[in-house]
Design a protein around this ligand. Structure first.
Ligand code: ATP
Length: 355
């Protein structure tokens, strides 16, 4: 996919936190955290990209950067070809205004409670954004749309739910209300940041199905963040989307379900897959955990060479010295940041690092 066909396109994006002139900088006590490191990613029309990786690897920061909430330290983030930060800072030259971009890129969080005002009835919380973005829409028309969507997501009769306060809804009902609120704005992309993680396991599939159903109606793309590979697999498989695996700020592998689940190339992806037993029918219980059991490196003090080499059972001397670039499969879709993806790399003649 080229960046011109994309809804959102990130190119060489890096996001650092720290070194902001605070008191710790003065004493030289803080190194910046490179939460996102040189990430390029295109999200297509009606595409679902799932970001997966352990806590602190940079998923939320990358997600917020993709929707224009977090400014990148370097690199560009474009919405339909328009640089989001240029639109924000230099609106006169922008072909798409920053407010149009913010309208088109919505977010739903893990905690739906935080998105609904506890002191307002649900109908009010859902009406306000519609009113803001469509000031000419009559109150009757607004409520008609909200009621229709509530019916669509199975919250019937809608009035029973809409006239309650958020604390009178269950977690699953609140999350559905928040999804409806985002969809009412007819966004092009929704960042779903761990949006199903707080739900009971039994409700997660229901919520993912609902997201897919609404995607069909509204032609929405999703950037779906999860730390659970089986959820990532479910949504990517059903939508024909891609899974992107993050490790310490980088996308270390990206591809379709077949490529990531059945033909993983990166040792970290293989470790995630191993750690998700319900994905791995052929696992022998005596198999060793395919990752070296040391602490996750400090994101303010990244290792030399490949970020993953201290934990990688396949690491060789070159991995300690050189940072791997992105290797692409012949079709270009399956990408991996590991020397092992290149049959002719000097890695294969380099000495193993660990016994
Ligand atoms: N505003 C901030 N200021 C300083 N550091 C931050 C900030 N936001 C994130 N970080 C750091 O950036 C790194 C990536 O954080 P991020 O929340 O993006 O990861 P994550 O993969 O989404 O984690 P989790 O799954 O726990 O939410 C972490 O080391 C985190 O502490």
């Amino acid at each position: 996919m080229s960046s011109s066909d994309s809804v959102v396109s990130l190119e060489d994006v890096t996001v650092e936190f720290g070194n902001d002139g605070g008191v710790f900088d003065f004493f030289g006590e803080s190194n910046p955290v490179r939460a996102v490191n040189d990430v390029s990613l295109d999200i297509g029309e009606r595409e679902i990209v799932t970001l997966i990786g352990e806590s602190g690897c940079g998923k939320s920061t990358l997600g917020k950067t993709a929707i224009g909430v977090q400014k990148p330290t370097s690199g560009s983030v474009k919405y339909r070809g328009q640089d989001i930060w240029e639109a924000r800072n230099n609106g006169k030259n922008a072909s798409i205004s920053f407010s149009e971009i913010r309208h088109a890129l919505q977010i739903i969080h893990q905690d739906p409670g935080s998105a609904l005002n506890p002191n307002q009835r649900v109908i009010t919380s859902l009406s306000l954004p519609l009113k803001k973005w469509n000031p000419d829409m009559s109150r009757e028309r607004r409520e008609e749309r909200i009621y229709a969507l509530f019916e669509r997501v199975g919250m019937t009769p809608p009035g029973d739910f809409l006239n309650r306060y958020p604390h009178q809804l269950s977690g699953g009902e609140k999350q559905r209300a928040v999804l409806v609120r985002a969809m009412l704005l007819n966004p092009d992309l929704i960042l779903a940041d761990e949006a199903i993680s707080a739900l009971d396991v039994s409700l997660r599939v229901e919520m993912m199905d609902l997201m897919l159903e609404l995607q069909d109606i509204f032609d929405t793309s999703y950037l779906f963040i999860s730390h659970d590979l089986s959820n990532a697999r479910y949504i990517a498989e059903k939508s024909g989307g891609r899974i992107a695996v993050m490790y310490l700020g980088e996308i270390v592998e990206i591809g379709t379900v077949d490529e990531i689940i059945d033909n993983a190339q990166h040792p970290y992806t293989k470790a995630l897959r191993w750690a998700t037993p319900n994905l791995f029918d052929d696992r022998d219980d005596s198999d060793e955990f395919p990752i070296r059991e040391i602490d996750v490196p400090d994101p303010t003090d990244l290792p030399s060479g490949c970020n993953f080499h201290p934990r990688c059972p396949e690491a060789r001397e070159v991995c300690q010295r050189e940072h791997p670039g992105v290797f692409q499969s012949e079709t270009g879709g399956h990408q991996c940041r590991c020397f092992r993806a290149d049959d002719s790399h000097e890695y294969w003649n380099s000495s193993p690092l660990y016994d």
